[in-house]
Design a protein around this ligand. Structure first.
Ligand code: ADP
Length: 272
C-alpha cells in the first residue's frame, strides 16, 4: 500500500476548450489531479495528449476555460513562471540537457532562479542522492546511457520541487531493466514527494503496474477516467481508445484475470 501524503487537488482543468486553426481538440474538458496520485494519460497518436501538456505548461493558451494550480488560476502566467509549479519532462532527454556535467545539469534550474551557492549545493546533492546519481555527479552527461540521461532530466526538473510532474513517455527507448528501474524511481518519488505525477504513455503495462488512475483520450474527449485495471478489463473501451495491451500474459498476471478469457473477449470485440 502506498503512503500518500495528501489528496488535496493541486491541478484542476475547468471547462477547457482549445482548437488549432484547422483542428478542434478540447471542448469543455474537466479534470482534477490530486497530490499523491500517479495518473496515466493514454490514447493513440492525435488524441490530444501533447496538446494537454502544452496547455498545462503554458506553451499553448486555451480558447476558454481555466487551469487552476492550488486553487489559483494560471492564466496570464508564462511558461517560465509555471515551470516552478509544474515540471515537464520531455520524451527525449537530449532535447532538455544544456550542461556537460551531471551535477551542473541538476543544479542549472536552481542557479537560474538565483539561489545562494549553499542552497544550490544542498538541494542538488539531495536530489542526486534521491535519483541514484550521486556517484555519477562529476560524469560528463555524454557518457551516460539514455535511461541515465532520462533520470538526470527528471532530477533536474524535480529539484525545483514542482507539485505537478508531467512525464512524456518516460520509458520510451529503454530496455526492460532501465524501464523498471526508472519507473520504480518515479513510483518512489510519488510516494515520498507531495506531488501529483501525470504520465503520458502508450504502455498499458506501465499504466497498470505503476499508476493509480487511467484517463483515456479519444479526439480530445475523456472516454475513461477510472482505475487502470478497470480500463484494461473493458475491451470495448480499449477498442474505442485504440489501446492494445502489449502482452496478454503480463496483463493477465497483473490483473488476476484469466488470459484465455481475456484474449477471447478481445478477439470477439475485434470482430464486432
Ligand atoms: P497526441 O499527443 O495524443 O499524439 P496531439 O495533442 O499532438 O495528440 O494532437 C491532437 C490533435 O491536434 C491531432 O488531430 C493533431 O493532428 C492536431 N495537432 C497537433 N499539433 C498541431 C499543430 N501544431 N497544428 C495543428 N494541429 C495540430
Amino acid at each position: 500500500d502506498k503512503t500518500k501524503k495528501s489528496r488535496e487537488p493541486i491541478l484542476s482543468i475547468q471547462h477547457l476548450s482549445f482548437a488549432y486553426p484547422k483542428q478542434a481538440v478540447f471542448s469543455d474538458l474537466n479534470l482534477t489531479f490530486p497530490a499523491g496520485q500517479m495518473t496515466a494519460i493514454v490514447g493513440k497518436n492525435g488524441s490530444g495528449k501533447s496538446t494537454f501538456s502544452n496547455l498545462v505548461t503554458g506553451f499553448l493558451k486555451p480558447d476558454s476555460g481555466r487551469i487552476l494550480f492550488d486553487n489559483q488560476p494560471l492564466d496570464g502566467q508564462s511558461v517560465k513562471e509555471r515551470a516552478d509549479k509544474i515540471g515537464y519532462v520531455l520524451q527525449d532527454p537530449n532535447q532538455m540537457i544544456s550542461q556537460n556535467i551531471v551535477y551542473d545539469e541538476v543544479a542549472y534550474g536552481l542557479k537560474l532562479r538565483g539561489l545562494s551557492d549553499d542552497q544550490i549545493q544542498a538541494k542538488t546533492r539531495t536530489m542526486l542522492e534521491v535519483a541514484g546519481l550521486d556517484n555519477m555527479r562529476h560524469w560528463p552527461i555524454s557518457a551516460l546511457s539514455f535511461g541515465q540521461k532520462k533520470r538526470v532530466t527528471i532530477a533536474s526538473v524535480l529539484v525545483l520541487a514542482p507539485r505537478v510532474l508531467i512525464l512524456d513517455e518516460p520509458t520510451a527507448g529503454q530496455d526492460y531493466l532501465n524501464y523498471r528501474s526508472l519507473m520504480n524511481f518515479v513510483a518512489e518519488l510519488n510516494r515520498t514527494q507531495d506531488c501529483s505525477i501525470i504520465v503520458i504513455t502508450h504502455d498499458m503495462h506501465l499504466m497498470l503496474e505503476y499508476t493509480d488512475r487511467a484517463i483515456a483520450l479519444v479526439d480530445g474527449q475523456v472516454i475513461a477516467d477510472m482505475a487502470p485495471a478497470e480500463l484494461l478489463n473493458d475491451p470495448a473501451l480499449l477498442k474505442r481508445a485504440s489501446l492494445a495491451p502489449t502482452s496478454l500474459y503480463d496483463l493477465a498476471e497483473s490483473t488476476g484475470l484469466d488470459a484465455v478469457a481475456l484474449s477471447k473477449r478481445l478477439v470477439q470485440e475485434e470482430m464486432t
